[in-house]
Design a protein around this ligand. Structure first.
Ligand code: 5GP
Length: 204
């Protein structure tokens, strides 16, 4: 039917906007959507598993991977490195899997420059007070880190207009449905369906 290559999607949004919750529901509902596993130098939070939530590495290893050219993008955020290993993303896209990069705004900017056609979505918290409450309820960060994350969050929200789409995360179900709608529409774009058009018109 349409171009079998997967869609590359960026999901950004401030810490506490609910990206992880939305993405786990999205992946549970859709066999053809996966989330890229990032590499980070940040310390593991309680409950996080190496190789599932992130690849937790030290700074030397991370720098080696950058030098080898194996990162699609990387950025420094709140004093730690975060980056997307390139090979697994390329492979999933080739196999028709839609890949979501859950990354912050600097990484999103880099990916947009490399792939102008990337679908970029900003997940917006309903308000700043909801955001602060979510970060605090998580209870995984100390006061200084919370303050730093809130500061970054405000800067990030100001950059929401660099994105193609915005989803306000009022309820997880609505946010997931909005996400699915965006991917479905993307798959129907003429630029992704050139082959079927030429087959029907006989201009192969
Ligand atoms: P956290 O420490 O809360 O897991 O993540 C902090 C921020 O880093 C979040 O905004 C998250 O989206 C972003 N992030 C996670 N992985 C990557 C990555 O591979 N690249 C970039 N640029 N940002 C990432």
């Amino acid at each position: 039917m349409n171009d079998r290559k997967g869609v590359l999607v960026i999901l950004s949004g401030p810490s506490g906007s609910g990206k992880d919750t939305v993405l786990s529901e999205l992946v549970a509902r859709n066999d053809d959507i996966r989330v890229s596993i990032s590499m980070t130098t940040r310390k593991k939070r309680e409950g996080e598993i190496d190789g599932i939530h992130y690849y937790f590495v030290d700074r030397d290893y991370f720098k080696k991977k950058i030098d080898e050219g194996s990162m699609l993008e990387y950025a420094e955020y709140a004093g730690n490195y975060y980056g997307t290993p390139k090979a697994p993303v390329d492979e999933m896209l080739r196999n028709g899997i839609n890949v979501v990069l859950e990354i912050e705004v600097q990484g999103a900017d880099k990916i947009r420059r490399m792939y102008p056609d990337v679908v970029s979505i900003f997940l917006m918290p309903p308000s700043l007070s909801t955001l602060e409450a979510r970060i605090r309820t998580r209870g995984t960060e100390d006061e200084e880190t919370i303050a730093h994350r809130l500061f970054i969050a405000e800067q990030e929200i100001r950059r929401a207009d660099e994105f193609g789409y915005v989803i306000v995360n009022d309820t997880v179900t609505d946010a997931v449905e909005a996400f699915e709608t965006i991917i479905r529409a993307e798959k129907l774009k003429v630029s992704r369906n050139k082959q079927i058009i030429s087959e029907v018109t006989g201009n192969v």
